[in-house]
Ligand binder design. Structure first.
Ligand code: PGA
Ligand code: ZN
Length: 404
């Protein structure tokens, strides 16, 4: 492993047209890694701050004195580089240098490490025991609501969960669900203008149940036509409509108990196989109740509750309130921290789902992480260059196994 000789940081824009950063890490051997950091909209309250107060310009101003000197000359192994990023910041949530600065540098350094040793990023991050040729299900956002879409349902994401073992089938089926939903919306709203949300899913004036019906019909139609399994899934992002102890849907308001009953009913009625953030981030016991009720039939995935942090997982005690955890590198800031969370989840027998952000970049490294972590799913949108980049990279990894 050779030493880092240069780190550069620059302003770039994400898929929402918002400012973020891209890092280039160069090592003595001449290996170069380049990566940008995505940004969320429905952020958990405990996740790393993407940028210091003052935003991207403040991060860029601080970088030359505060971050860069701590990295030059350092051996490019992951734990050392990532520890230097923590030293440069000195806070628990990266609010001094910015979690997105740490993420871009951490991933760029890992890419350079791979280049130097002739390995893909997947091989750099592969966890012990993750078999070759195993691929994640596609967790593909097909219809949007909540904070990702104006004028749609309260629920943030209606998902095509496509668990076919090979990406050529899972990607094809998930994309087919997106297209099928588009056709259903055109039939339902003839002549109306239909939009797409931040992650490329459709947006239409539907209630939550109407959207679930359209999604479920689309999944069945695709399974029948392609003979590839694909099931409905949801990311409720329930913290976004939880206020004063109540879940406030446009059409009704329910308490925690009512929310648990409602989502359990939806799981049974629609055959949901992926259920993310069904309750608000502080609702640990209701989450455990959801898992007890339907965890045998569906992945129950915690995003805002854990924000990809190992310590948030550990403080729940030995029994986790969900059977799966969402993994987003920039929630925790570095690859080393991310790996610690993935390893802890695996030790607990929890599934991991490796995820994009709603504001993302046309880069494919997410697919390497999802495969290398042995994740049950890769969560991403289905349309738009920044989403397709991840699907296409997964297809490349599929082709590279020789299974094609
Ligand atoms: P975010 O949304 O990237 O806006 O946080 C994705 C999610 O909630 O999973
Ligand atoms: Zn989420």
């Amino acid at each position: 492993m050779s030493a880092i000789t240069d780190v550069a940081l620059r302003l770039i824009y994400d898929s929402r047209g918002k400012e973020t950063v891209e890092a280039t890490v160069t090592t003595r051997s001449g290996a170069i890694g380049v990566a940008g950091a995505p940004s969320g909209a429905s952020t958990g309250s405990h996740e790393a701050r993407a940028f210091p107060p003052g935003g991207v310009s403040a991060a860029l101003e601080r970088f030359p004195q505060r971050v860069r000197p701590r990295l030059i000359g350092v051996d490019n192994d992951g734990p050392t580089v990532d520890a230097r990023l923590h030293d440069a910041d000195g806070t628990d949530d990266f609010h001094e240098i910015g979690g997105n600065v740490a993420t871009a540098i951490s991933i760029a350094a890992a890419l350079a490490r791979g280049r130097e040793s002739g390995r893909s990023l997947l091989e750099v991050v592969r966890r012990p025991g993750v078999p070759h040729g195993r691929f994640p299900a596609i967790v593909g956002n097909s219809l949007n609501g909540g904070r990702h879409a104006v004028g749609g349902p309260d629920i943030q994401e209606f998902i095509a969960f496509s668990p076919a073992p090979h990406p050529r089938d899972s990607v094809r089926a998930a994309l087919a669900v997106h297209a099928e939903i588009g056709a259903a919306l055109v039939r339902r709203f003839p002549g109306a203008a239909l939009g797409r949300g931040d992650e490329g899913g459709w947006v239409a004036p539907l209630s939550n149940v109407e959207a679930l019906e359209i999604l479920t019909d689309a999944c069945h139609a695709v399974t029948d036509r392609l003979h590839v399994e694909v099931h409905p899934g949801l990311d409720l992002a329930a913290s976004e409509f939880f206020r004063d102890g109540r879940y406030r849907y446009k059409e009704r308001t329910v308490d925690s108990e009512g929310q648990v009953a409602l989502v359990a009913e939806w799981v049974d009625r629609f055959g949901i196989r992926y259920l993310e953030d069904p309750v608000a981030e502080e609702e640990y016991e209701p989450l455990a109740e959801v898992t007890r009720a339907v965890g045998g039939k569906t992945l129950v995935v915690g995003d805002d509750i854990y924000v990809s942090r190992r310590d948030r997982l550990v403080r729940m005690g030995e029994t986790s309130p969900s059977n799966a955890i969402l993994i987003k590198v920039n929630q925790v800031g570095t690859l080393t921290d991310t790996l610690a969370t993935v390893d802890e989840a695996r030790r607990r027998g929890m599934a991991t789902v490796t995820s994009h952000r709603s504001g993302d970049l046309p880069e494919g490294w997410l697919a390497h992480l999802a495969v290398g972590f042995g994740s049950a799913g890769m969560k991403c949108g289905l349309l738009g260059g920044e989403r397709v980049a991840k699907l296409n990279e997964l297809l490349r990894l599929g082709a590279a196994t020789g299974a094609d």
